[in-house]
Design a protein around this ligand. Structure first.
Ligand code: LMR
Length: 354
């Protein structure tokens, strides 16, 4: 080979090497994998900081809360081009009822989703969903939560280092136990019932002659199995997904109160996010809330059907007259505690139910 052609060859080889290293070659396939995943991620990556958000909750994944959490993760990760990662920890895998609020305040987790009543230590008004027979249906709940009443309630968390982002649904509460079929308030006499805590629900059982005790959600199955308590109250979806039918014999469809969640973030962490990220998280939260709302009634019905067809618990419905007996028995509890809560929020809740 002539000297000149050796040089041309070397030059050509060097050019190919440089092009493939810099990714400029026409046949190059080594662009960032996230670019290939979604058309908009290259710009999304430039817009959003690298961030990991831990979201912890105590319910199962196949519940309205579990599905909303996954939707939130999906939207945030795809819209941020993978820059913002949401790690969801369901079933109390990371924190349970006893330590999740402290963990949030310490910023060990950025978002938690407790039942509203679990926040009542900060303000009694968070027990509004436990006021017996307060909310009549999904529509009245949405009206309240999306209106001034809901906003005022969420804002109460700001002074204690938390930011209320949304309300997510769980379902109306019903009672299970392993001793007796409950058809009237007196049937509860002498029973010991697990609750998620709060003074209102304790008094509800008090006036019906039952004892009640707060037990962390992820310890309830065992408490029922060991007969530390005779029964518990919860949404149909939780009753189903926690398999309480294995350790309970009776389910009465009382609809006596609502289990509703508050999605709570660490306020200092939230305030430290740039406006664009906050807006992405807010939009994703809205979509996630919608998913839970769209699912809740169908999931409650599916759970009820499943429980009925499994046939392990006797399912009792109440006639209007029987329900009225429960309403009458607990009316003094309603009156006492409604008077203790923020009057504006109570007025908005009543308005939403009218
Ligand atoms: C409960 O403790 O009964 C529920 O709030 C658990 C949950 O988060 O669904």
């Amino acid at each position: 080979m002539k000297k000149q052609s050796v040089w041309s060859c070397l030059l050509a080889l060097t050019l190919v090497a440089v092009l493939s290293l810099t990714g400029c070659g026409s046949g190059n396939t080594s662009t960032a994998p996230t670019d290939a995943k979604s058309g908009q991620t290259a710009s999304a990556q430039e817009q959003y900081p690298k961030l990991e958000i831990k979201l912890s909750h105590v319910a199962a994944e196949n519940t309205p809360k579990g599905q909303s959490a996954l939707k939130f993760k999906e939207i945030v990760e795809s819209q941020s081009g993978g820059n913002i990662q949401v790690k969801v920890f369901p079933s109390g895998q990371l924190y349970g009822d006893n330590d999740e609020i402290e963990a949030l305040q310490a910023n060990n987790v950025q978002i938690i989703v407790p039942s509203a009543a679990k926040l009542s230590g900060f303000d009694k008004t968070f027990e509004i969903f436990d006021l017996p027979f307060m909310f009549k249906d999904e529509e009245s709940l949405r009206k309240f939560e999306d209106g001034e009443g809901g906003s005022k309630l969420l804002a109460k968390l700001e002074s204690v280092g938390m930011k209320g982002l949304s309300f997510w649904p769980n379902g109306f509460k019903h009672i299970t136990n392993n001793k007796v079929e409950i058809k009237k308030p007196e049937d509860l006499k002498g029973l010991k019932i697990r609750t998620h805590g709060g003074q209102i629900i304790n008094e509800v059982y008090d006036v019906m002659g039952a004892a009640s005790t707060k037990i962390a959600f992820n310890e309830v199955y065992q408490a029922l199995q060991l007969r530390t308590v005779d029964g518990q109250e919860n949404s149909l979806v939780n009753i189903d997904t926690q398999k309480y039918e294995e350790v309970q014999s009776y389910l009465t469809l009382t609809n006596h109160a609502r289990s509703e969640y508050v999605v709570v973030a660490n306020k200092q962490w939230w305030d430290g996010l740039d406006a664009k990220t906050q807006s992405l998280l807010t939009d994703a939260m809205q979509e996630a809330t919608k998913v839970g709302r769209d699912l809740v009634e169908k999931m409650e019905l599916d759970s009820l059907e499943k429980i009925k067809s499994n046939g392990k618990m006797k399912v009792s419905e109440l006639t209007d007259q029987e329900r009225e007996a429960f309403m009458k028995a607990v009316q003094p509890v309603f009156d006492k505690w409604a008077a203790e809560m923020d009057p504006e929020v109570i007025a908005k809740a009543k308005e939403a139910n009218s």
